[in-house]
Ligand binder design. Structure first.
Ligand code: GCB
Length: 600
């Protein structure tokens, strides 16, 4: 065979192999939005039976078949009978001590009763499962989903049984080189069915999706769409906002889509006045209610404008962990623990690092007047050249935007954090993702966070070319902690290669253990509150020198679990950069930050 033919054959085989790989990854059906408002809903939350499968034997044993002995010589080496119970929603790591560091497979089972109704459709909806989910109903695989922080659903209308049904989910939170995130990240990899599971009954044609937000650049015109799903796609639809006496009528086409546009005198949402309206979306066969606010967000020159006015962003980073319980946060109450602390600090924005947090958190933040920065887990080392990664990024992006695009509180889609210019394929992949994001939603800021920087002779250089595709230059810098000061903070010079963009310090800070009396306060190695406080005092001094600064965001609100943080005295498995300890004690740096925000 000629060399040319050989290469062509190899290329063809590779193409087929990657297609097979893509197809074998079913991603779950895109979920309907606003599940919260659905009346005909049955929660599958609660206790689920579980089997831990450290050897990955469950696949080979086909545990979803739940075989039982038929004759005296039969036995099967698995059983959900007498199995330990785990709470859903919830991570498994915090529920059983022996699972604290589990990164592996757990099989979950829940039985439910259902009585079939003609003319109704039934969906099985998961708020999130970290990281891979394979879902089986009554012994048959119904699909799978990859990605730990976004919702997915399966229609089970035709396969649900009258009476008792057995639902089994294989949850796998092992790390993958080509996962999002990849192998390494600085938080506890909470696995499990971490958000709500619901059965949702709808009519034959239901409202699957809608977009109701102000059109880019406008303060009074809503531009959006309604999407129906079912056998009667073409229907009359209405959007009603009773408080404004507003009824907008439209008609969906044969694909179930209606574009909508209407104008009104909205009282705009802002941190000072988080005004939200009840909005009713109605078709001939379905009705959903939502709570929606209206505001505009844009970058003009080196400013960020909210509702046309420049705003200084007083932010804080938050991980999705209930600090008091050391568990993955999911409930409204969990969200309130985190968001109340952010409010007390004086914030007007929360950066929900480093993955999409639960819908509860986003909705609560919006109600409380906190803008939201929502982020994809495209974190540090990502294998951008892996053939599966672009599709995974796109799916996750779409799932994130779809769920929260009607939340006016969400002002930023952050697409990546601290990726490296030297990683092969990074720029092409992230530029493509940026374009996809802007095509999905043109109304919010699209941001990449980087820490590609130099610090020499007290001059701090920021240059990553990815910022060309970011609406703001979002910089993580740890001067005073990972990088020692090289002169007076107030004399630090910033050289930013993008002088025409707003600059946002998306992370800064250092570690301290609350109450540490370990050693001198001018030495880092004792994790004293004084050392951390000094970092904050110095940073605040430097902020005045940072060109085009539109906001700052300390890393971070509460100490949180991170297994890589191994100092046995001071860290004990926690990243201690919190302004608050995991118990909520205020460290000295808290007061520095609170004062700074008060002054802005
Ligand atoms: C960073 C990362 C954040 C880490 C933090 C740290 O730059 O973005 O995820 O946790 O530094 O504590 O080192």
């Amino acid at each position: 065979m000629s060399k040319y033919k050989k290469t062509a054959k190899k290329k063809w085989i590779l193409a087929v192999l990657s297609l097979i790989a893509i197809l074998s990854h079913t991603y779950g059906q895109t979920a309907m939005i606003n599940v919260e408002s659905r009346d005909n809903k049955m929660s599958l939350n609660g206790e689920w039976k579980t089997m831990i499968d450290p050897a990955n034997s469950g696949e080979y044993l086909q545990v979803w078949q739940e075989k039982t002995p038929q004759k005296k010589t039969d036995f099967f080496e698995y059983s959900f009978e007498g199995a330990p119970l785990l709470k859903v929603p919830g991570d498994f790591n915090s529920q059983l001590r022996e699972l604290t560091h589990l990164e592996g497979i757990a099989w979950y089972k829940k039985s439910f009763n259902y009585s079939r109704k003609s003319g109704k459709r039934l969906f099985l909806h998961f708020g999130a499962v970290n990281y891979l989910a394979n879902v089986y109903l009554n012994g048959e695989k119904i699909g799978s989903h990859e990605g730990g922080f976004t919702p997915f659903q399966f229609e089970i209308t035709d396969i649900v049984k009258e009476g008792e049904n057995a639902l089994i989910v294989k949850v796998d939170n092992r790390r993958h080189g080509n996962g999002l995130p990849g192998f390494s990240f600085d938080w506890l990899n909470f696995g499990g069915i971490t958000r709500d599971v619901d059965l949702i009954e709808t009519n034959d044609t239901y409202i699957e999706d809608y977009t109701i937000q102000l059109k880019k650049g406008s303060l009074n015109t809503v531009q959006g769409s309604i999407q129906l799903n079912g056998t009667k796609p073409s229907q009359k639809v209405k959007v009603r906002i009773p408080e404004l006496d507003l009824i907008h009528k439209a008609k969906t086409d044969e694909d179930g889509i209606a574009n909508i546009e209407f104008t009104s005198k909205f009282e705009l949402w802002s941190p000072e006045n988080p005004k939200i309206y009840e909005v009713i979306i109605e078709s001939e066969t379905d009705i959903v209610k939502d709570q929606i606010g209206f505001r505009s967000i844009e970058v003009k020159g080196t400013d960020i404008l909210l509702n046309g006015q420049p705003i200084f962003i007083k932010a804080v980073n938050i991980h999705e962990e209930n600090p008091h319980q050391g568990s993955r946060a999911h409930s409204v109450e969990d969200a309130q623990v985190l968001l109340n602390a952010a409010k007390e600090l004086g914030c007007n924005l929360v950066r929900l690092a480093h993955y999409p947090h639960s819908e509860n958190t986003v909705r609560e933040a919006e109600k409380m007047g906190l803008m939201v920065w929502s982020e994809l887990p495209i974190y540090q080392h990502i294998q951008f050249e892996d053939s599966l990664v672009p599709q995974k990024m796109e799916n996750m992006l779409k799932e994130m935007i779809r769920r929260d695009k009607n939340r006016c509180g969400v002002v930023v889609w952050a697409l990546s954090n601290e990726t490296y210019p030297g990683t092969p394929g990074r720029n092409d992949a992230l530029i493509e993702l940026t374009q996809q994001c802007r095509a999905e939603d043109s109304t919010r800021l699209v941001v990449h966070v980087a820490n590609t920087q130099t610090y020499k002779d007290n001059t701090f250089g920021v240059s990553d070319s990815l910022y060309l595709h970011s609406d703001i230059v979002a910089v993580n810098e740890y001067i005073g902690w990972y990088i020692p000061w090289q002169g007076k903070p107030s004399e630090t010079q910033w050289h930013v290669a993008f002088p025409n963009k707003p600059l946002f310090i998306s992370e800064f800070g250092g570690e301290a253990m609350y109450g540490s009396q370990g050693g001198p306060e001018d030495e880092a190695a004792y994790w004293t509150e004084g050392y951390q406080e000094k970092i904050y005092v110095d940073q605040v001094e430097m902020f005045n020198k940072v060109p085009n600064l539109v906001g700052v965001c300390p890393w971070l609100l509460f100490d949180y679990k991170s297994p890589g943080r191994m100092h046995t005295v001071y860290q004990q498995g926690y990243n201690r950069k919190g302004l608050l300890s995991e118990k909520g004690d205020k460290k000295k740096a808290w007061y520095v930050m609170k004062e700074y925000f008060k002054s802005k």
